[in-house]
Design a protein around this ligand. Structure first.
Ligand code: PBG
Length: 324
């Protein structure tokens, strides 16, 4: 028998056969599109750090949602940019806040689009941290939990399909679960940003959402990029507390972590391809350094192959157009 006998290339040369045997494929239902909502009407402000992304008011978010759904999109996640900030981030639970208003608007325009909401204090606090602070500026874990639960409840009441806490306080999944259950929202799933690293790749988002901490950084509550065993511990705790979907964030630089969590749980797993990942692809594409579409699709495929059931990505609308 001539060597080599086993030839993987046999399955590659014919494009149709290659397509038939592809192990991982991207589909519209894999993607969740993050959008930013501010108060007002008719707003569509371009975000400088994220070309092609906008800060929208609830009505223009409704327009975008209708178009996104028409193009085959399935799910959005909403981030709020309030006009009022205080040390406790209390405007986050305002029933007539931008996110709450946008949920109602989007649901009226695209009823079967899944609407998830980011639950965190950083966009709503005057100091920009994800929790309330002590006199000497430390983020206080337990006193933050009630504020997060009230914000999540206000999203539930407005009609959100999923609430997604991104603050990284310990015990917040349980606090939110208990609050939702007491108010009759036992059926509302929680997608927890369980494994969220203190990452430099959030830079463009913080400009978009005006949520950078005014002093210090988030390393006291977000994870150290060198750690992977701690990722399993965080995921384990959130599942015990009742998280329905868990998330790893960022995605691209943490594919090993994603894989590790995939092997650890059968629960649905999401990955967030964050603002910095998107901005890098765009910048390199715009500079003519690589083929933007091909690189963007490859980056998403890598995240799915590593084990994500859902990918939160700013590329979602472009993906739909490239497909169609
Ligand atoms: C916090 C939050 C952040 C992102 C999502 N939720 C920023 C942070 O932790 O500073 C970042 C998302 C992105 O970079 O695209 N509410």
């Amino acid at each position: 028998m001539p060597f080599p006998y086993d030839r993987p290339r046999r399955l590659r040369e014919n494009p149709s056969l290659r397509d038939l045997l592809r192990e991982t494929r991207l589909a519209p239902e894999d993607l969740v599109y993050p959008i930013f909502i501010e108060p007002g009407k008719g707003v569509k402000n371009p975000i400088g750090s994220m070309p092609g992304q906008f800060r929208l008011s609830p009505d223009t978010a409704g327009d975008l949602a209708a178009e996104f759904r028409r193009d085959g999109g399935r799910a959005l996640i909403l981030f709020g940019i309030p006009d009022r900030k205080d040390p406790a981030g209390s405007s986050g639970a305002d029933p007539s806040g931008p996110v709450q208003t946008a949920i109602r608007e989007i649901k009226s325009r695209a009823p079967d689009l899944i609407v998830a909401t980011d639950v965190c204090l950083c966009e709503y606090t005057s100091h920009g941290h994800c929790g309330v602070l002590s006199e000497d500026g430390k983020v206080l874990n337990d006193p933050t939990l009630g504020h997060l639960a009230l914000q999540a409840l206000s999203h539930a009441k407005a009609g959100a399909d999923i609430v997604a806490p991104s603050d990284m306080m310990d015990g917040r999944v349980q606090a939110i679960r208990e609050c939702l259950d007491q108010a009759g929202f036992e059926g509302l799933p929680i997608m927890s940003y369980s494994v969220k690293y203190a990452s430099a790749f959030y830079g463009p988002f913080r400009e978009a959402a005006d949520s950078a901490p005014k002093s210090g950084d988030r390393r006291g509550y977000q994870m150290d990029p060198g750690n992977i065993r701690e990722a399993v511990r965080e995921a384990e705790l959130d599942l015990e507390e009742g998280a329905d979907i868990i998330m790893v964030k960022p995605a691209g630089p943490y594919l090993d972590v994603l894989r590790e969590i995939r092997l650890f749980t059968e629960r649905p797993l999401a990955a967030y391809q964050v603002s910095g990942e998107f901005a890098m692809l765009r910048a390199a594409g715009d500079a003519g350094l690589l083929d933007y579409k091909a690189a963007a699709l490859e980056s998403l495929l890598g995240v799915k192959r590593a084990g994500a059931d859902l990918i939160l990505t700013y590329l979602a609308p472009e993906f739909l157009r490239w497909q169609g």
